[in-house]
Design a protein around this ligand. Structure first.
Ligand SMILES: C[S@@+](CC[C@H](N)C(=O)[O-])C[C@H]1O[C@@H](n2cnc3c(N)ncnc32)[C@H](O)[C@@H]1O
Length: 223
């Protein structure tokens, strides 16, 4: 299957996501909120500059702004159409097309959510290296991915039109890519076990990060 062109899904992205994830949370912003909250816990220093790589229509940007009010935030994507929507929804944030035409090694945090499974496997090593090259020494990379061990996640992915090209990564593969890009201090955790309406259970999720049953997982590392 050839790579999905997210320009085609820019307008319908939120509706499709809502449809697929309604059983879990009626508020699709929950998914953005929990990732940013987790990234907030993983960074040691307050980041001055943040890159959201593969930001799509910019669903995470407002949450990054709230969590890191002093940071300069840059969103990037290969989909020009998605970036147009991201710009319209987030005035004051800079968005850049990923066209191999720019280099910027000054980010303290690179935040990447649900992007690697859309990158064709042979291109993933280069993508990990690109991300590492964008980090300042001591900067943090946080990557979120769908958990291929979770059958519900796999079903959502196989039903979702813009996931047609998705090839899910096992945590070991993602860790290998990140280690291969010379990043250190690699950590990982599973997340998204309970719907947010089960407030109390959702709150103890950090205690379950070892359990390979969460809907997603994260890997973090330091430059
Ligand atoms: C499932 S969407 C996730 C969007 C956003 N990160 C979020 O959490 O809502 C995947 C995004 O990755 C982008 N993408 C795919 N390959 C990419 C690449 N090599 N570099 C940057 N972005 C890429 C797609 O265009 C799409 O916008």
């Amino acid at each position: 299957v050839s790579q999905v062109d997210f320009d085609r899904y820019a307008e319908s992205y939120n509706d499709l996501l809502r449809e697929q994830t309604r059983f879990f949370s009626a508020d699709e912003a929950y998914f953005a909120r929990y990732k940013v909250a987790l990234a907030r816990r993983l960074v040691t220093r307050d980041p001055a500059r943040i890159l959201e790589y593969g930001c799509g229509i910019g669903r995470n940007i407002a949450f990054l702004r709230d969590a890191f009010p002093r940071a300069q935030i840059v969103g990037s994507d290969v989909s020009a159409k998605s970036l147009e929507l991201a710009r319209a929804a987030n005035p004051g944030t800079e968005f850049r097309l990923e066209d191999d035409q720019w280099h910027d090694a000054g980010f303290d945090l690179a935040f990447v959510a649900g992007v690697f499974h859309h990158i064709p496997p042979p291109a993933r090593t280069a993508a990990a290296k690109l991300l590492a090259s964008r980090l300042r020494s001591g900067g943090t990379l946080v990557v979120f991915e769908h958990n291929p061990y979770n059958p519900v996640t796999r079903r959502i992915v196989s039903n979702c039109p813009y996931d047609e090209d998705a090839v899910l990564l096992r945590p070991r593969e993602l860790r290998g890519l990140i280690a291969g890009a010379d990043l250190a201090g690699i950590r990982q955790g599973y997340t998204l076990f309970f719907p947010p309406r089960l407030t109390w259970l959702a709150r103890i999720e950090p205690l379950l990060s070892w359990l390979p049953l969460g809907g997603q997982y994260w890997v973090s590392a330091t430059a």
